[in-house]
Design a protein around this ligand. Structure first.
Ligand code: TTP
Ligand code: MG
Length: 367
């Protein structure tokens, strides 16, 4: 397989950094950005916090009252989320990042993958220089710092970016992947949540290296085929998922509130299946094929989580939609320790029926 050079840029403590940008006097204080649920004055959860607040143990997802307690003797500032403002800044930064990439894929509001294989001719020293330039441009033009990971694939780039924060830069060459990954705790792998990590611990797996060396067949027996195979490959630093340009930004999504907050797979799936049917009706009317499927979960504390999967081939089938959503929810719940309040389904990366048929025809003609 061709050696690729993939870069992940993750903006540092993003919402809180945006607030510091708007009011530079905040820079010397703990800053906590909050999602207030409105049920009572301090109910809700922390969206993110700057690094000063993090020193006191404040982090994404904890209750606001707990953050207040941890910061009670400080001059901490608590602010409500202002998505419109953060999106404006994010859009400008993403535009800069796009200019450095052969292929560009934005993930969420503050992260993007860049395939820079051609731009750097597969040379990791050049990749490092490109990353340095990119960081400087973002800092000079938008006054925002970011942390960057570089690796031979998206999986390694992502873990590398988490290696040094804030304002970090970590580049892992293909021959360094194993020595970089193996000593890390197994929960640093995307997809290994608390529950899976606990299960692994009972098998004697503590580090990514332990997981990589564990019998692959046995992993499949314990975690099922999809996850078992994924864990084996991921722990060995293997990942061939492409950096995916999002052609049309258009998507179809539906979201619905559950009867009660729950972690019950059956209840959540039933609701999600109804949403799939509604989405599929709209899809059929518009004669579209989709290639990406996502789920959105609003948790009991009102925080929002999402997961998505890119299919190997575009489809318009309800069964394929339901099956993918089923898999995403199952994996999501295995990693979640909090109850779900609302569940949503989203499809995107559309192609037209007409184009899909044309592609098939040319496939048959050339084969
Ligand atoms: P992250 O990149 O996960 O976090 P961060 O940018 O705040 O911090 P880091 O320096 O570690 O990258 O998430 C990006 C933004 O998404 C974050 O600023 C706020 C929001 N967010 C939530 O609202 N809830 C959450 O649970 C998380 C993890 C993030
Ligand atoms: Mg970030």
């Amino acid at each position: 397989m061709k050696v690729r050079t993939i870069l992940l840029a993750d903006l540092d403590y993003f919402f809180a950094q945006c607030e510091e940008l708007r009011d530079p006097t905040l820079k010397s204080k703990p800053v906590v950005v909050c999602v207030y649920s409105g049920r009572s004055e301090d109910s809700g959860a922390v969206s993110t916090a700057n690094y000063i607040a993090r020193k006191y143990g404040v982090k994404s997802g904890i209750p606001i009252f707990l953050a207040k307690k941890k910061l009670q003797d400080t001059d901490a500032v608590f602010l409500p989320v202002d998505h419109t403002f953060y999106e404006e800044i994010s859009d400008k930064i993403m535009q800069i990042l796009r200019g450095y990439a052969d292929l560009f894929e934005q993930v969420g509001i503050d992260e993007a993958y860049l395939d820079i294989t051609e731009k750097t001719q597969g040379n990791f020293e050049e990749a490092r220089e490109l990353a340095q330039k990119l960081k400087e441009e973002v800092k000079n033009k938008q006054r925002i710092t970011c942390s960057i990971g570089i690796g031979p694939n998206k999986l390694v780039a992502k873990i590398a970016a988490d290696n040094q924060k804030p304002d970090g830069l970590t580049a892992i060459k293909p021959e360094e992947v194993k020595s970089f990954l193996f000593p890390l705790p197994v929960n640093r792998l995307i997809g290994v949540g608390r529950r899976n990590a606990e299960k692994m611990e009972t098998l004697g797996i503590k580090t990514i290296g332990d997981l990589a060396k564990y019998d692959a067949q046995r992993l499949v027996e314990v975690f099922g085929k999809r996850l078992g195979v994924y864990f084996h490959e991921a722990a060995n630093g293997e990942d061939d998922s492409p950096v995916q340009e999002s052609g049309e930004t258009e998507s179809i999504s539906k979201i619905s509130t559950l009867k009660e907050n729950t972690l019950d797979f059956g209840l959540i799936l039933e609701k999600a299946n109804n949403l799939c049917e509604g989405i599929h009706r709209e899809l059929s009317q518009r004669r579209l094929y989709f290639k990406q499927v996502g789920i959105i979960a609003v948790m009991a504390d009102m925080s929002i989580r999402s997961r998505s999967e890119t299919l190997t081939k575009a489809t318009n089938e309800l069964q394929a939609l339901k099956k993918t959503v089923n898999g995403l929810i199952e994996k999501f719940l295995s990693e979640s320790n909090q109850e779900v309040r609302r569940i949503g389904v989203k499809i995107s990366h559309f192609t037209k029926e007409h184009d899909e048929q044309k592609r098939l025809t040319s496939f048959f003609e050339t084969n």
